[in-house]
Design a protein around this ligand. Sequence first.
Ligand SMILES: NC(=O)c1ccc[n+]([C@@H]2O[C@H](COP(=O)([O-])OP(=O)(O)OC[C@H]3O[C@@H](n4cnc5c(N)ncnc54)[C@H](O)[C@@H]3O)[C@@H](O)[C@H]2O)c1
Length: 283
Amino acid sequence: MDIKNVCVIGAGAMGSGIAQLAATHGYNVYLVDITEEILKKAKASIDKNLNRFFVAKGKLSDEEAKKILNRIYLTTNRDEAIKDVQMVIEAVFEDMALKQDLLYDLDKKCQKNVILASNTSSLSITDMALKAKNQERIVGIHFFNPAPVMKLIELIKGKNTSNEILEASKNFAQSLNKTVVTVKDSPGFITTRLIYVLCNEAINMKQEGIASTEDIDTAVKLAFNFPMGPLELSDLVGNDIYLHIGEYLTEKLGENYDPSSLLRKMVKDNYIGRKTKKGFYNY
Ligand SMILES: NC(=O)c1ccc[n+]([C@@H]2O[C@H](COP(=O)([O-])OP(=O)(O)OC[C@H]3O[C@@H](n4cnc5c(N)ncnc54)[C@H](O)[C@@H]3O)[C@@H](O)[C@H]2O)c1
């Protein structure tokens, strides 16, 4: 499968990073979102990131950065954007119904050989594909934030994903200079399930009062050589996101994953983390 043009749907934190990454590796990218304003903001942030983390550090020349930016086309017209692409990667909100409808529509409109990939961080690829007719071309391709920097891609094989699509997606991921791991479709895959358990247990410890916020984070960082403690991380990702993941894992895998009652209370009181400037820490 020869992939040259890619469509990325959703120009938020992940979609803009994926667009930047793919364009850096020579792909033409059609970046789609629902308003021009979001798209302009995404392109400005890609421009800033290219300059700050690549040009300023001597990893790219000014001219190369401009070429990368010029390979990213912005549009609110999804049907136009998918006309001449070999792969679509959706990075819209983490919402099963939204993703199911989107994949159904893409499957109806894209040519038969186009790969349809989801960047979901926890939802079932098999369930997401349920409404689509050609479920064998739907695959999970889980990037990490920030996508241009993080080394890993988790590739998820849905129940009906074909081996050919999985292989082509793996080749694509490797062409982006990433290390790829393959995982069966299972709630939270490898990474989200594990990091949720760590963070939720740290929140339980905080609730039990066995140590301070700072000491829990310091212990984890220094004992395991992690760059960030679990409570800092939960604030960064968003406590609301972890609550959502915990509820999904509990529904699918059982009560071992039940979110801490402190996590529930924090979200209810708007202690979401960096987004609301208050969480386990104040910002
Ligand atoms: N943020 C992370 O750290 C992270 C990491 C890995 C995977 N993910 C996954 O990536 C996906 C996106 O997450 P994000 O953090 O970038 O979210 P985000 O809220 O920053 O961006 C989502 C974007 O999708 C757009 N959107 C929504 N519906 C759309 C539609 N119908 N058509 C076009 N655009 C639409 C929104 O306008 C928004 O700009 C989610 O599935 C999330 O679970 C997130």
